[in-house]
Design a protein around this ligand. Structure first.
Ligand code: FE2
Length: 489
C-alpha cells in the first residue's frame, strides 16, 4: 500500500555503491544536479488530505556528506538541502528541493573537502589558516538544522551566528543575514524562540577566558538587543533554549566549551567540549521585562530540546528531553549508515524531565514526566499563554537503531500513545493546527517517514489527537534525514 510505482529520482553518490532498498538511503548524499529541482514534481497521495490543510511543509536538513577528497563524519554535518511539500488544497501535493547556497557549501564543493568543518568533522587547513582568521574565527554558515522567521525573513540556521535567508516559495537562497550590531557571539542556539508578541529571541555565547550566555531580542533590521548577560566559567553546549510567557530559560549542559580550543585547535565542533559531570549543570531564568537573572543548580545533564517552559505561581517550570551524558557519538554517520544500534536508539529516547525553579531554592526540583522521546512538538499558540496539555515527539523502540515511532503525551491524564508502524524511520512530527480548532490537539502531525520498500520518502498525515493515519503523501524522491520543519501558510 505504501509504495509508489515511480523510481526514485535520486541515487547515492560518493559511496561507490549502487542504490540499496534500505531506509538508510536517508543518509545517502544527494547529487548536486538532482537536488536543485526548481520545478515542483507531483507527489502521490493515498487517503484523504484534510480540506483545510493548505500551505507548505518546509523541511531543512543535511544532504551531502560525501565529497571527493574527504567526507563529513557526522549526521549533523552534511551540506544543507531545503525541501518544500506543497498542499494546494486540491487533494494533491507537489515536491521540490534546493540546496542552500552558502559560503561553506561553495568552498567545500570547490575544494572537495569539508572546508569549515562540522559537529563531527575537523576544519580544513592548518594552524596558519586558523591564525589568519583569529580575529574572526571561521565558522560554518551551513544552516541545515532549523528554519525560522524573523522580521519577515525566512532563515536557515545552525549553531553559529551565520544565518542564511531564503525564499520559502522557490527555496532560492537570498544571501547571508548580516547582523547590524557589534556583538561577537560565534555560537548561537540553532533554535530561536518567538514570544507571544511575535518578538524573535535567541541566545549566543561569548567565548573567552570566562564565557557569557547572552540573551538577545530582535525587533527589526537585524539588530540584536541584549536583554541579559549570564557570566559562566565555561559555557555548556547550546542547541536551544525555552521561553515561557515572562521568562527565558537557558540550561547549561555539563558538556562544556573549551574557548582556546575553539580558536586554535581546528578540531571538530564536538571536540571543543569536555563532559564535566562533577560540576553539574545550572538552569538560568531570565525575566523578559527587566533582564534580571536567577539561577539554580541541577544534576549534570545534556539536552537538545525543551518541550516547554512556563510560570506556575512564583515558580518557573522547564520540561526537557534529557540525556545523562552527551549523545553525540551515538548519532555518528557511519554508525547510523550501518543501521544504528541500541545506543543510537537510546539517544532517541531522551528522558522527559520537569525542573521546578522556586524562589529561594538553590537547586532545581526534578520531577519525572511520562514518555521517552526527542524532537518535541507542542501547539505553539497554546504554549504562548501557559502550560500545554499535549506534547508530541519522535522516539525509538528499545533495541531499534533510530527514530521509528511518533509519541503523544497527555499531561493531564498521563496517557502515552505511540504510533504502531515500526518498519520505517519516523522523524519530527510537525504539528499543524486546524484553523478552527477549539481543542489544543485539534490538527494533524506531518511526519517524514522512510521504509525499506519505499521508492521515495513519505509524509504521513496523522490525526494529532489519536495518531491515526489520515493520508500518506509519497514523494518522488528520498528526502535525506533532517531535523526540523516549519509550516508555511
Ligand atoms: Fe534541534
Amino acid at each position: 500500500m505504501n509504495q509508489i510505482a515511480e523510481p526514485p529520482t535520486r541515487s547515492p553518490v560518493g559511496r561507490g555503491m549502487p542504490p540499496t532498498p534500505s531506509r538508510w538511503r536517508g543518509l545517502d548524499s544527494v547529487d548536486a544536479a538532482v537536488g536543485d529541482a526548481a520545478t515542483p514534481l507531483p507527489a502521490t497521495v493515498r487517503g484523504a488530505l484534510p480540506e483545510w490543510l493548505r500551505g507548505s511543509l518546509l523541511l531543512n536538513g543535511p544532504a551531502v556528506w560525501d565529497l571527493p577528497k574527504h567526507g563529513y563524519r557526522h549526521w549533523f554535518d552534511g551540506l544543507a538541502l531545503l525541501h518544500r511539500v506543497q498542499f494546494p488544497g486540491d487533494g494533491g501535493a507537489r515536491y521540490h528541493s534546493r540546496f542552500l547556497d552558502t559560503e561553506d557549501a561553495r568552498l567545500s564543493r570547490q575544494r572537495g573537502r569539508p572546508e569549515l568543518g562540522g559537529f563531527g568533522t575537523k576544519v580544513a587547513g592548518g594552524l596558519w589558516s586558523r591564525l589568519v582568521h583569529l580575529a574572526n574565527p571561521r565558522r560554518t554558515d551551513n544552516g541545515c538544522v532549523v528554519i525560522s522567521r524573523c522580521d519577515g525573513q525566512w532563515l536557515a540556521l545552525t549553531e553559529s551566528d551565520r544565518v542564511t535567508r531564503f525564499d520559502p516559495q522557490t527555496l532560492a537562497t537570498l544571501g547571508e543575514w548580516h547582523w547590524a550590531d557589534r556583538l561577537k557571539l560565534p555560537l548561537m542556539a540553532a533554535h530561536p524562540c518567538v514570544d507571544a508578541r511575535g518578538r524573535w529571541w535567541n541566545v549566543g555565547i561569548r567565548l573567552g577566558r570566562s564565557c557569557e550566555y547572552v540573551l538577545v531580542g530582535v525587533d527589526r533590521q537585524a539588530v540584536r538587543e541584549v536583554k541579559a548577560r549570564i557570566p559562566v566559567q565555561r559555557a555548556g553546549y547550546l542547541h536551544a533554549f525555552a521561553m515561557g510567557t515572562r521568562h527565558a530559560v537557558i540550561w547549561e549542559c555539563a558538556w562544556r566549551a573549551h574557548a582556546l580550543r575553539f580558536l586554535f585547535a581546528g578540531e571538530s565542533y564536538a571536540e571543543h567540549f569536555d563532559w564535566m559531570p562533577q560540576q553539574g549543570s545550572r538552569l538560568h531564568a531570565v525575566n523578559l521585562d527587566d533582564g534580571s537573572v536567577r539561577s539554580w543548580d541541577a544534576p549534570a545533564l545534556f539536552a537538545f530540546h525543551a518541550p516547554q517552559a512556563f510560570e506556575r505561581g512564583n515558580d518557573v517550570v522547564l520540561d526537557l528531553c534529557v540525556a545523562d551524558r552527551p549523545v553525540f557519538e551515538q548519532l555518528d554517520l557511519a554508525r547510523l549508515r550501518a543501521g544504528g544500534d541500541a545506543a543510537s536508539a537510546a539517544a532517541a529516547r531522551a528522558r522527559h524531565v520537569r525542573y521546578v525553579l522556586s524562589p529561594g531554592a538553590a537547586t532545581a526540583r526534578e520531577e519525572p514526566l511520562p514518555g521517552r522521546f526527542d524532537l518535541p512538538q507542542v501547539n505553539m499558540a497554546a504554549a504562548a499563554h501557559g502550560p500545554v496539555r499535549y506534547v508530541w515527539g519522535a522516539t525509538a523502540r528499545e533495541g531499534s537503531g533510530f527514530f521509528d515511532r511518533v509519541v503523544r503525551i497527555d499531561h493531564a491524564s498521563g496517557e502515552i500513545i505511540e504510533s504502531a508502524d515500526d518498519s520505517s524511520v519516523a522523524l519530527e512530527p510537525l504539528f499543524v493546527p486546524t484553523p478552527s480548532a477549539r481543542t489544543e490537539d485539534g490538527g494533524v502531525l506531518l511526519v517524514h517517514r522512510l521504509a525499506d520498500a519505499d521508492a521515495g520518502s513519505r509524509i504521513c498525515v496523522l490525526d494529532a489527537a489519536t495518531l491515526a493515519e489520515r493520508a500518506v503523501v509519497h514523494l518522488p524522491a528520498v528526502v535525506p534525514f533532517g531535523f526540523h520543519g516549519h509550516w508555511l501558510e
